[in-house]
Design a protein around this ligand. Structure first.
Ligand SMILES: Cc1cc2nc3c(=O)[nH]c(=O)nc-3n(C[C@H](O)[C@H](O)[C@H](O)COP(=O)(O)OP(=O)(O)OC[C@H]3O[C@@H](n4cnc5c(N)ncnc54)[C@H](O)[C@@H]3O)c2cc1C
Length: 408
């Protein structure tokens, strides 16, 4: 996404650009597979927050036919009971103040309203530029009870960060909270890969060379050596790979980063025959049960997205972090949890595919700068979420900034 964003801005300014991608399709981590029986499976549960400033600059939302999730979540509580929160970040007082809501104290509910008011008018860049502590520390210092942290913040933001410990930096928490408040969470009707496909489709034919791994960048960004032995000359090079690949390509020429560590996640898909259990509500299901492996569950076809063949439904189950299980063991454990959660029909769900994504999101720790240096020399640049914070918005934004530096 960072590389495509950079190429798009350069092309818009009339500059010639060549995109080299090691993979067989555009998108990097933003990919969708089509199975032989017609399911469209995103490689991991991903959403676009429609309010992302960089996404609004970049995408034609109408052409993507975005399907939004209902704002809110159904939460399975530690005692196994379920509660539904409608609009918790749009109208928190209504969502949590309902007498029936078993989550949080009166103070917790008031604090949510306070944060919504505090974040309302603030520019997103200002939120990101703040000094940070861990999200967990931030939530505790703000005054929230352990109950609302465990039953709402941990399952909700733990899913966004792929980090249920909530060790991710608090400036990113405030940014994401605001983005959820001010927009919706959506996926293109044909799957998440439509995002990079839309950008790629605007570049002239021949601009993108797929299946073209780069082996080295030399002469300070004047020469690119492809894995097949070909060498290309360039006026400038933008390294828009993931962090570990950039470290290999740039070697000693790359300034040190606080970390290149990344968070893993696993997404397990099942097919249902007939309607899925939440019957068209298209709401995210979150799990606050300690020790559970089904951390969040969604039914992607319920939004009206064209992701399952007629008459069948799709279940997406995310398990964040390390679980140490084989695919078979994880599927069996998930099925037991899903039967307990959604009823005996989950016995009938057919396992479709499991995606284990090792480098899903770069670690973004407290104190980490919101952006590292993008310009390595006048002819060599880098961009991507790993030089900023773990989000599509960062990938798109760093790509745009590098294009602006080149144009300047
Ligand atoms: C499961 C999952 C869920 C996510 N959920 C969300 C979400 O809900 N919201 C959100 O905002 N973000 C989410 N993200 C994060 C988001 O997808 C990333 O921040 C973003 O896609 C990063 O884009 P990038 O361009 O920086 O890097 P990448 O997507 O990693 O792209 C790097 C590119 O470099 C290419 N490459 C690597 N090495 C070479 C080489 N040697 N030669 C040539 N090409 C090479 C790769 O093929 C790839 O195309 C999620 C990510 C995952 C995996």
């Amino acid at each position: 996404m960072a590389g495509l964003a950079c190429a798009t801005w350069l092309h818009r300014a009339g500059r010639p650009v060549l995109v080299l991608d090691a993979s067989d399709a555009v998108g990097g981590r933003v990919r969708t597979d089509i199975t032989p029986d017609g399911f469209r499976l995103d490689r991991g549960f991903q959403i676009l927050l429609t309010n992302y400033p960089e996404a609004r600059r970049m995408f034609d939302y109408g052409a993507l036919k975005l399907k939004s999730f209902r704002s809110g979540a159904v939460i399975q509580l530690p005692d196994g009971q379920e509660t539904t929160l409608e609009n918790p970040l749009h109208a928190p007082l209504m969502a949590f103040a309902a007498l029936a809501s078993p989550i949080g104290t009166v103070k917790d509910k008031l604090l949510l309203g306070k944060l919504v008011a505090q974040l309302a008018g603030r520019p997103p860049e200002q939120l990101l530029a703040q000094p940070s502590i861990s999200t967990l520390e931030f939530l505790r210092q703000y005054g929230w009870s352990e109950q609302i942290i465990d039953c709402f913040f941990r399952p909700f933001f733990g899913g966004v960060y792929l980090d249920r410990e909530l060790s991710t930096a608090s400036n990113f928490f405030e940014f994401v909270f605001q983005q959820f408040m001010q927009g919706s969470a959506a996926v293109p009707t044909l799957g998440i890969q439509q995002l990079p496909e839309q950008l790629a489709g605007r570049l002239p034919a021949g601009t993108i060379r797929l299946n073209t791994p780069v082996a080295a960048v030399t002469e300070g960004g004047r020469r690119v050596h492809l894995a097949d032995g070909e060498t290309l000359a360039a006026a400038a090079v933008v390294v828009a790979t993931d962090g570990p690949a950039a470290a290999r390509l740039l070697g000693a020429g790359m300034p040190a980063l606080p970390t290149l560590a990344a968070r893993p996640t696993t997404c397990t898909y099942f097919a249902t025959v007939g309607p899925a259990p939440s019957h068209g509500r298209n709401i995210l299901h979150l799990n606050a049960l300690p020790g559970a492996l089904a951390h969040n569950v969604s039914f992607p076809a319920e939004s009206g997205a064209t992701v399952a063949p007629a008459g069948q439904g799709l279940v997406s189950v995310s398990t964040h972090g390390e679980h140490g299980l084989s695919e078979e063991e994880l599927t069996a454990r998930l099925r037991t949890e899903l039967v307990a959660w959604f009823g005996p029909m989950a016995h009938m769900w057919r396992h479709l595919r499991t995606y284990r994504i090792e480098q899903a999101l770069p670690v973004y720790a407290p104190g980490q700068p919101v952006q590292q240096e993008l310009r390595l020399s006048d002819t060599l640049f880098r961009c991507g979420d790993w030089v900023s914070y773990p989000s599509l918005n960062a990938a798109l934004g760093t790509g745009r900034q590098v294009a602006e530096m080149l144009l300047a």
